[in-house]
Design a protein around this ligand. Structure first.
Ligand SMILES: *Cc1c(COP(=O)(O)O)cnc(C)c1O
Ligand SMILES: [Zn+2]
Length: 501
């Protein structure tokens, strides 16, 4: 729709203009720092940061219902810069002019209702939000679109020139970082650090294909993170892990989309997300808090954070009911099929602690819950979901398994509606499906296949059939007829088909 065709009260707000005053706000001390340079931790005390808009209250001059209409009308715009996460520009990066926005098709991922069979099994109404349908096939694109739009903005202002972006990754961060950096070449180059053999072949192929410098190092993600932290402290590089608060801002779009997709009615909603480095749950909480503060949503939805028993430091922290006795202890992780969340020392833990308190306080009751799930349940629920028409990755399985635990623990009512996060595409983790189907999970995982979920291809080549076609070697018509007849007879027999009469 053309701009002059929108209602008069929408037109002035339709196309976002740069506004606001963003600062890095420290979670460890009262300091605030300007955003002209890239900061990851507070120069005064070393704590992690969140980005705060000092003029946030200006957004309250527009009432919640008006905001809803503005955002809904923006759906009809054909301007690429507001087709992705910057539809929510005022809440995500209000200082960034639209001509600095990098849009590669991220965000607005499908919300797919589970069929009746799967909802009956799960015990409540739920939808999958398929964040695997982002450009690099995981939710990480949301945060990268934000971080790279900001860097692009710095470049266009002449504040920085050549940027070497760097990240540690369990696979998906590097895929997203390399993709967005490749789009912004030659001003931005990207290097990624991966734990050797701890990312899937599909994930490894992504930064390689985007032309990044790819380094594999011994150890797990937590070890890679230590190295990139050292690199970003000592050298002139741009850190793209979620320690970078711009990543958090972009990932808040996940909450805004859920709000919009459910017409801003959040009182009876439950949002279920897996936790690794805890950037995503940080963003999800912060996003809902911001929309709530401006009155765009009617309530704060429940949030369920899920971890595998093999990598559950956040769950363990909150398993102590007395908040004064809680103590965060990093853990050594064990192998997990939710490999992108196999993190023992989440960088965003201080953000989580800060925001969980605030979220529950604003809601006036407990609205954030934490659960742990077994590796076996992650696989079983992922495969069950996908047998019912979904494309859930192992983390999507982890989320759905977590929904079960939250229901059993009495955290949820069966008349609520859940939005379950499938954070990546199933295809990235198809190797775990193969291990399950072929019953060859290494012992460390503690997963054995449920025969009713196993599926294998069957090779059809009847013994008597001597002549078969091959590439470049078609059969003569007579031999072809014999081939088609023999193969179709065997398939029909295996499927129990009855001959047409
Ligand atoms: C990164 C990632 C996670 C974990 O998100 P955090 O922000 O690190 O907590 C979960 N699932 C997938 C597929 C991921 O790529
Ligand atoms: Zn500080």
């Amino acid at each position: 729709m053309r701009r002059d065709q929108f209602p008069e009260d929408i037109q002035p707000h339709l196309i976002p203009e740069p506004s606001g005053e963003l600062v890095y706000r420290c979670l460890g001390c009262p300091a605030e720092h300007g955003i002209e340079s890239l900061l990851y931790t507070c120069p005064d005390c070393g704590s992690v940061l969140l980005i705060h808009d000092r003029q946030f209250d200006r957004l309250k001059a527009i009432d919640g219902e008006h905001w809803q209409r503005i955002i809904d009308y923006r759906r009809m715009l054909k301007i690429p810069a507001v087709k992705g996460i910057y539809r929510y520009h005022e809440f995500i990066g209000p200082v960034i002019p639209l001509d600095s926005v990098v849009y590669l098709g991220e965000g607005h991922t499908p919300v797919v209702e589970a069929n009746g069979l799967l909802q009956a099994k799960a015990g409540m109404r739920f939808f999958y939000k398929n964040d695997g349908q982002n450009p690099s096939a995981s939710f990480k694109d949301r945060g990268m679109a934000s971080a790279l739009s900001y860097i692009n903005f710095l470049i266009r202002q002449g504040l920085v020139d050549q940027v070497l972006s760097i990240c540690a990754s369990t696979g998906d961060t590097s895929a997203a970082a390399a993709l967005y950096a490749a789009y912004l070449k030659p001003r931005i180059k990207s290097a990624v650090l991966l734990p050797h053999k701890k990312v899937t072949p599909q994930q490894l192929s992504q930064p390689l294909g985007s032309g990044a410098d790819v380094f594999e190092i011994p150890g797990v993600f937590d070890d890679c993170m230590k190295v990139v932290e050292a690199l970003s402290e000592q050298y002139n590089v741009a850190l793209l892990n979620s320690k970078n608060a711009w990543r958090i801002l972009g990932q808040e779009s996940y909450s805004y989309e859920i709000a919009q997709d459910f017409d801003y009615a959040m009182a009876d909603k439950v949002v279920v997300v897996p936790i690794g480095n805890a950037g995503n749950i940080t963003a999800v909480m912060n996003g809902f808090l911001k929309f709530h503060e401006v009155g765009i949503i009617d309530a704060l939805p429940k949030i369920v954070g899920v971890q595998s028993v093999h990598a559950n430091p956040v769950f363990q922290y909150y398993s102590e009911p007395d908040s004064s006795k809680r103590k965060f202890v990093p853990m050594t992780v064990k192998p997990s099929v939710a490999q992108a969340a196999m993190i023992g020392n989440p960088v965003s833990m201080p953000r989580v602690i800060h925001l969980v308190d605030r979220y529950n306080q604003v809601a006036g009751r407990q609205r954030v819950f934490f659960v742990e799930v077994a590796e076996q349940d992650i696989m079983d629920w992922q495969l069950t979901a996908n047998r019912n028409g979904h494309i859930a990755c192992t983390h999507g399985g982890e989320s759905l398994a977590g929904l079960q635990v939250a229901l059993k623990n009495g955290f949820l009512d069966s008349n609520e509606t859940a939005i379950v996060d499938s954070t990546a595409h199933a295809l990235k983790f198809s190797g775990f499906q193969d291990m399950y189907f072929q019953n060859r999970f290494p012992d460390g995982f503690a997963v054995s296949p449920d025969p009713s979920l196993v599926n294998q291809p069957r090779y059809v080549h009847p013994k008597h059939l001597t002549q078969v076609p091959a590439p470049g070697k078609p059969l003569e018509p007579g031999a072809m007829a014999v081939f088609v007849e023999a193969i179709s007879r065997q398939i029909a027999a295996e499927l129990g088909l009855k001959k047409r009469t």
